[in-house]
Write a protein that binds this ligand. Sequence first.
Ligand code: FE
Ligand code: FE
Ligand code: FE
Length: 164
Amino acid sequence: MAEKTLETLFHDTLKDIYYAERKILKALPKMAKGAQSPDLKAAFEKHRDETEGQIERLQQVFEILGKRAQGKTCPAIDGIIEEGEEILDEYKGSRALDAGLVSSAQAVEHYEITRYGTLKRWAEELGLKDAATLLGETLAEESKTDEALTKLAVGAANQKAKAA
Ligand code: FE
Ligand code: FE
Ligand code: FE
């Protein structure tokens, strides 16, 4: 068996987030469809479009490594998205739906932030400057999305969710 190195970890983690992003791309339209507030719908739609660009960036990173773009099942994102689907299902028609959807979406963003944070650092340590730049761009987008979601929660969804 070949020796496992930081390169191996970097490549495997890249596959993990590649799987996750493609899964997120499919989940976001369902979140947008389910959201009650037009602002939250718009936020999900905007992030769906950003996610397409993030997938392209990952493909560029695979190219830099000289590897084929390939995903590897990420049980974490599968579970996080499953919990989001539970919210959609169990809170349908309820005043607390949007607050629940924001919390689900933030769980996704936080997972992505840990992954991109690690990948960017590893890329730097491996001397993969262009890869680090690409990963850093996505990391910034995920953080911005997380902040926008917090604003939607604090500004509206949580208030609406409270009992009348
Ligand atoms: Fe993403
Ligand atoms: Fe994972
Ligand atoms: Fe994201």
